[in-house]
Design a protein around this ligand. Structure first.
Ligand code: NAP
Ligand code: ZN
Length: 349
């Protein structure tokens, strides 16, 4: 099947309309008509070749929601008409220690939704900036939110799970002081989720004009991280800090805010490295500096169910496919509250 998509032919070229192939569903496949797809900062890193190994044409998009249009002969968990989601993972080896633990995101054979090797033409996966996608049932998620919220559910498939997973792993909850650094697509979800988990949430932003908005998202306090005096108030006080910043910055400024045994986890993946932190800031209070990548399929379903139960969706601005390049520029300038989502019906053209 040929469908319309939006992608780039090179890292220095804008995204443009493309025609791509989708395989006919195999026995365990689910074919999905994509209704909406979120725009993650990772899409921009990848399509502009800021990370290594981008293949062209590159069709990004891993915050996918839509409706099942067809299923393979052996699929029993999904049927035509179901509302479903697909996140960053479309395949994995399915038999290693990580897959067995439901942590397909850490499988060495994980196949990402775009730019990973695939048997289908053109030889690598093509993502959700397209009209339809065909995915093995193991990697398809069930959506329990009301259909009117579907567009705002899309960002949960990456921004939601990437913040939910570390917040759970490092035990965010009642009695814990949790910081969220960078109030963008990921960070705004981090605030909502940490708040819903019952933690005391402090938002760190470089943008003074996000103060009120961060409080509305559920932050108990807001700190403008460029202001050393505001930062000093919080020295040695955090159990956990989730750092979503998409650019290299001074990690020490945040490490010193952790109390004994506190941890800061990096989920932001900037194109160039951070300056190495001062080892003494780790040694002195037995602090941890860690990383985390998206989340497994079971935990992604758990996160979607948690969000449906708590009425949590992303704050979004809906755009048409032809506005994607402009949306990228605005995302870089921090001019979105907080996630662009593509209305994939605009690809019909
Ligand atoms: P985003 O919407 O652009 O948000 C990033 C935020 O970081 C900005 O809103 C801004 O917040 C802050 N920021 C940007 N430049 C900064 C700078 N120079 N110094 C300090 N703060 C700065 O991006 P996103 O979609 O949330 O993604 C964030 C990062 O996570 C990206 O690198 C993305 O590739 C990565 N990511 C990782 C995973 C994973 O599995 N680990 C998954 C998805 C995305 P303020 O205005 O509040 O300061
Ligand atoms: Zn993403």
């Amino acid at each position: 099947m040929q469908v319309n998509a939006y992608g780039a032919h090179a890292g220095n070229q804008p995204l443009e309309p493309l025609r791509i192939n989708r395989r006919a569903p195999n026995a365990h496949d689910v074919q999905i008509e994509i209704a909406f797809c979120g725009i993650c900062h990772s899409d921009l890193h990848q399509v502009r070749s800021e990370w290594e190994g981008t293949q062209y044409p590159c069709v990004p998009g891993h915050e996918i929601v839509g409706r099942v249009t067809q299923v393979g002969a052996h699929v029993s968990a999904f049927k035509r008409g179901d509302l479903v989601g697909v996140g960053c993972i479309v395949d994995s080896c399915q038999h290693c220690e990580d897959c067995d633990a439901g942590l397909e995101n850490y499988c060495d054979g994980m196949i990402g939704t775009y730019n990973f090797p695939a048997p289908d033409a053109p030889g690598w996966t093509l993502g959700g900036y397209s009209q339809a996608i065909v995915v093995h049932e193991r990697y398809v998620l069930r959506i329990g939110h009301p259909e009117e919220q579907l567009a705002a559910v899309a960002p949960l498939l990456c921004a939601g799970i990437t913040t939910y997973s570390p917040l759970r792993h490092w035990n965010a909850g009642p009695g814990k002081k949790v910081g969220v650094v960078g109030i963008g697509g990921l960070g705004h979800m981090g605030i909502k989720l940490a708040h819903a988990m019952g933690a005391h949430v402090v938002a760190f932003t470089t943008s003074e004009n996000k103060r009120e908005a961060a409080l509305e998202l559920g932050a108990d306090e807001v700190v403008v991280s460029r202001d050393a005096s505001q930062m000093a108030v919080h020295a040695k006080s955090f159990d956990f800090i989730l750092n979503t910043v998409a650019a290299p910055h001074d990690l020490d400024a945040f490490l010193v805010l952790l109390k004994r045994d506190g941890a800061m986890t990096l989920v932001g993946a900037p194109a160039s490295p951070h300056t190495s932190p001062n080892v003494f800031n780790l040694i002195m209070k037995r602090r941890t500096l860690a990383g985390s990548m998206i989340g497994g399929i079971a935990e992604t379903q758990e996160m979607l169910d948690f969000c449906a139960e708590h009425g949590i969706v992303a704050d979004i601005e809906l755009v048409r496919a032809e506005q994607i390049n402009e949306a990228y520029e605005r995302m870089l300038r921090g001019e979105v509250k907080y996630r662009f989502v593509i209305d994939n019906a605009s690809l019909a053209g």
